[in-house]
Design a protein around this ligand. Structure first.
Ligand code: CP
Length: 304
């Protein structure tokens, strides 16, 4: 039985990604399959979460496994000075799989090198959020009928937003055209633009969030400005409400446009968008259950 961690979306080939999407589709047809009977899964959340933790835990419960873990690291021995290394060594003794969110970039890779069981990265700092990417890809595929040759417009905090970093890398398999809409302070980091350059993936950068940009998009991927990543909160105050999508801005958008957002949202999507049939962010979050069931099975080498 093959067992491998999922730390970065680049750990998965195009074939691996398509395999997870196929499994997610099977789980959507029937999410209640007792393939984790007898298994214990740890969810270690060193940072707050609603969707990622609850959808992973629902995934385990619906597959017949059991969950241990914490959603508030202040209740653990890390407050007594226990290192991440020791925590992972201990938890590895108890469980079959560790799902971890951590505030430090690279923490998940480090944990995967220490752990004797597979590790799934549930978000590490501003770095990667691969399980979010799998549900994003599943949502794109469901709404567009394909992953290839799409115009993907990413809006907001492209500097600290780990979801856009993972999504950019995953979409690189599928001939996308990217539009990056961000203020100077929150631009897509050079390393990701160089990644696109190295693969001849076209991208255009914008500072203005205009209807002209929206009207070209197949997918409009809105993001929250990541307050928790700013060292200077005055800088956050300057950019926190930089863009807001209003319903009237969608009047000439493509019929197939879908609006995604990893959530939580703050002010970047007005509530008047929620009833627009192009708003897909709540369904997107629901798809997280099926995508995470698929990831857990793939990581543990369980056939369904
Ligand atoms: N999208 C996402 O990671 O949401 P949570 O922070 O609520 O888990």
């Amino acid at each position: 039985m093959k067992r491998e961690s999922l730390v970065s979306i680049t750990d998965y080939s195009k074939e691996d990604i398509l395999d997870v999407l196929e499994k997610a589709s099977q789980f959507e047809q029937n999410p209640n399959r007792r393939v984790l009977e007898g298994k214990v899964i740890a969810t270690l959340f060193f940072e707050p979460s609603t969707r990622t933790r609850l959808s992973f835990e629902t995934a385990v419960n619906r597959l017949g496994g059991r969950v241990i873990g914490f959603s508030d690291a202040s209740t653990t021995s890390s407050t007594k000075g226990e290192t991440l290394k020791d925590t992972i060594m201990m938890v590895s003794n108890y469980v079959d799989l560790i799902i971890m969110r951590h505030y430090l970039d690279g923490a998940a890779r480090y944990a995967s090198e220490i752990a004797s069981v597979p590790v799934v990265n549930a978000g590490d700092g501003a770095n990667q959020h691969p399980s979010q990417t799998m549900l994003d890809l599943y949502s794109i595929y469901k709404t567009q009928g394909r992953l290839e040759n799409l115009n993907i417009t990413m809006v907001g905090d492209l500097k600290y937003g780990r979801t856009v970093h993972s999504l950019l890398m995953a979409m690189s398999h599928f001939k996308p055209t990217f539009h990056f809409v961000a203020p100077e302070e929150l631009k897509m980091p050079e390393e990701y633009k160089l990644y696109c350059d190295s693969l001849h993936i076209p991208y255009v950068e914008h500072q203005d969030f205009t209807e002209e940009v929206i009207n070209q998009a197949d997918i409009l991927y809105m993001t929250r400005v990541q307050r928790e990543r700013f060292t200077d909160l005055m800088e956050y105050e300057k950019v926190k409400n930089v863009y807001t999508l209003h319903n009237q801005m969608l009047r000439d958008s493509k019929p197939n446009l879908r609006i995604l957002h990893p959530l939580p949202r703050v002010n970047e999507i007005s509530q008047d968008v929620d009833d627009n049939p192009k708003a897909y962010y709540f369904e997107q979050a629901k798809n997280g259950l099926y995508a995470r069931q698929a990831i857990i099975c793939k990581v543990l080498g369980i056939e369904i």
